[in-house]
Design a protein. Sequence first.
Lengths: 396, 234
Amino acid sequence: MVTLDHAGSPRGMARSRSRGVQRLAVAVAALALLGLFLAYAEASLNGYRQQLVTLVAINAIIAVSLTLTSGFTGVFSLGQIGFLAIGAYTGALLTIAPQWKSEMFLPGLPEWLATLDLSAWPEQAALLVACVAGGGLAALVAALVGAPLMRLSGHYVAVATMGFLIIVQAVAINWEGVTRGARGLSQIPGLTGLWVAYAWVVVTVYAVWRLRASSFGRAMIASRENLIAARAIGVDVLRKRLLAFVVGAFFTGVAGSLLVHQIGTAAPSAFYFTTTFNVIIMVVLGGMGSISGAVVGATILTLAPEYLRDVEDGMDLGPLSFGAHYGLAQIILAVGFILVMIFRPQGLFGDREVGPALLGRFRPGRRRPAGLSPDATPTLAPGVDEIPADDRSRTG
Amino acid sequence: MLILEDVHVAYGAIRAVKGVSLEVQDGELVALVGSNGAGKTTTLRTVSGLFRPRLGSIRYDGTDLTTLAPHEIVARGISQSPEGRQIFGSLTVRENLMLGAVRRKDRAALGDDLDRVFDLFPVLKERIGQSGGTLSGGEQQMLAIGRALMARPRLLLLDEPSLGLAPLLVQRIFDVVARLKAEGVTILLVEQNARKALEVADRAYVLETGRIVLHGPARELAANPEVERAYLGG
């Protein structure tokens, strides 16, 4: 894609080249830091903690996907977890050993899948196949479902995508010959480790960041901010939204496959409203238009309940002694979310990103003075179907 | 050449445009004037494909526009500067302008077009890295027109470019409109400020509650006692 950053001006070209070098340096430094952290986590943390850190990565992938699908476009999707389920079941069915598949009695599986045996493969190759296939199928379904749904906006698209989630749930529960119904699939090999999970985080963040920085990203943000203007100047809103929906579904599908290869089971209950709302909270907490916000939101929401669990068991604070109060962790978390929404409704990051040079959002002169932004609050885009109604009062 | 024939547009049960016919010849500056609620913006947005007419036809150089999506209409050389500016507040001036060229294939020429917009509106060059939301109303209007020009339109639709601007800025905007016309851009201008619009336009149509009630050369309309009483405050 041709971009026109400072086209024609040698000084501009030199400047953008030096910014490129700077960005590369920041990216390398960030990757090195991540590598150090993972090496430390692998060496020092116990198995449970390592799993938690891996779960942070998986949630971060889902949250960043939702940032692309909903945060950038303003299309509020409640169906994201449906793609997580598709990726999860697809990945699981590819890697569960054939003897377990026959033991679990899955008559709905085609012969090739029932007998497919990836256990002889190198573990990471098998997981890669499971992830790409899971993501790919999720993306395919997203393309089919999204074509009609992405025409909708606002609460219409929220309800319609929730309908998709309900359908996926119904299929997962009732297609017993393939999914084993409510009991779910088990004996999924534990192939997901720290490194591969974070490798996918890096791929997801990079892909979504590149999309955001492209003319495609500009057009997405434009259609979120002002649908009428975006369409009037020629943005093909449907296509932008659909691409965001499909790419978001792909990475969510990948996360689904990573997830089941970490926990070893795939049951429908893991892919429903609770998970949906958790991911939405991650994204809203971090800031609906921010990739780094999504990562931070996912980290907080994954780790906080674990640390707050100690609080539930009671503690002594000087002269004060607290007994055990179960449920306290959720209350503390919920109050925290309420406070953030009251005092920082745009989420922790809003539209901003951390890593100025890396992400190129904080260039001098681009910063909006606080309080001057007419759109600090991420809102649902006005609906395509709502234009006439909304327009009536201002029509000349 | 743009030709509207008996165009009807409705929002649900409310009929906003009831049989508008008008045409814009190549190189012309045609004004569509009328009071608030007359259906001017609706007419313009229907040309852009944002609304579908219930009845009637809209043709541009022989192509039927009524079945095309807005982005396809922009690709055919019709771009719009919408009412109320509608710039993208969190994107920079530069990003706003680049978005105007979103349908252009000849991306190599965009640098020249940016220069042309900066030539028309030098203040935008000073503000290039600033986010659109921080601009003043007049600057935002300039940005909206500049953004529409980045599509390198053959037909430019301007919706209320003077709305809410101080008199000095209104004059500046109309100077630019006149300059664009002199450069050969075909323009369909929607304005409540009938006096200004009739000054720059070649021909004009007067719209009242969804219908064209008068049309003719702009100079004749400006001298028409009825128009003077109703729209020029004479």
